[in-house]
Design a protein around this ligand. Structure first.
Ligand SMILES: [Zn+2]
Length: 306
């Protein structure tokens, strides 16, 4: 891969991601949470595991570990390249009037890091929300992509609700990166400040991540995760909700914010999902019905609700 015009070897990429994720774990607020709960966590890349997966584990000494498999990073880098360079909707300003290859390569790297952020925050949520305490002794950790089933004491629906809770947490927390970079990155990518366009591209990049999840699942119904469309529905609810409440983001009226999210959602599924409007509305109402069951499930498991 070519990171900002510099050829990096895999160990260098791993080091970069390692430092990036560890920065979260040494954040003051998070460290305080670890200390007050007398727990510790670290981040690791399993460079021998080429499956496309990530996990959160409780180690024998009681500490926690977030692990990304090398295969996940490899897939992120390859698919983000395809998205940045070939998608007809994301980073559109960098593609007109003529393709700006340098900006597209920056967009590629941005997408990779937005996805790393998301998965890291999702795994962190499994620890933070207490999901690991619900595993049986036979389970070594909370694996994504279906490996948990079989030995699980949770029902399929409960498991899906916990995944939704982790998505909710990730949706709210990845905004921190948007806030940090929304002024400088658009200049880099589009050649001029454009926070609103960056917000649109940020939303699209997460919708592409769910598309990648659907491809990894082979469009099969997963018995551990809600279907990717439902996950993207949950993302847009909580990302929008948090956006409306935080400062330091370009202010948009409630109605414009709602319209912006809605049109990104519709555009994405029209272009990338081949879904027509009727089908889209049907999926939306199914997603809403699933969403309405989550809090009851979390309550059953004695966890805090959404
Ligand atoms: Zn998960």
């Amino acid at each position: 891969m070519d990171l900002m015009n510099r050829k990096l070897t895999w160990p260098e990429v791993f080091d970069l991601v390692h430092d990036y994720c560890n920065r979260y774990l040494s954040d003051n607020d998070i460290e305080e949470w670890w200390t007050s709960n007398k727990v510790a966590a670290k981040f690791r890349i399993d460079d021998l595991d080429h499956t496309v997966n990530a996990r959160a584990c409780r180690l024998p000494d009681g500490s926690y570990e977030i692990v990304f498999c090398a295969g996940l990073l490899d897939t992120f880098i390859k698919y983000a390249y395809e998205v940045a360079h070939n998608s007809k909707i994301i980073f559109f300003p960098a593609k007109t009037p003529k393709r700006n290859e340098e900006a597209l390569e920056r967009a590629h790297i941005w997408i990779v890091f937005i996805w790393i952020d998301y998965v890291f925050q999702h795994e962190f949520a499994h620890i933070f929300c207490g999901h690991l305490e619900l595993l049986t002794d036979a389970q070594r950790g909370w694996y994504e992509f279906g490996i948990n089933r079989g030995k699980n004491r949770l029902s399929i629906h409960q498991h899906r609700c916990l995944e939704a809770q982790a998505d909710r947490f990730a949706a709210a927390n990845i905004l921190a990166q948007f806030i940090r970079y929304h002024e400088s990155i658009p200049q880099d990518l589009y050649g001029k400040p454009n926070s609103e366009q960056f917000l649109i591209d940020y939303i699209y990049s997460i919708l592409y991540l769910y598309k990648l999840f659907a491809m990894i699942q082979g469009n099969q119904e997963s018995d551990t995760h809600p279907q990717p469309f439902f996950r993207s529905f949950i993302f847009q609810i909580f990302f929008r909700d948090t956006y409306a409440r935080v400062s330091d983001v370009p202010k948009l009226e409630d109605k414009s914010l709602e319209n912006l999210f809605h049109s990104c959602f519709v555009e994405f599924y029209k272009h990338e999902g081949g879904v027509d409007l009727e089908e889209f509305k049907k999926k939306l109402s199914e997603a809403q019905s699933f969403f309405n069951t989550i809090s009851d499930s979390l309550r059953e498991l004695k966890l805090s609700t959404l």
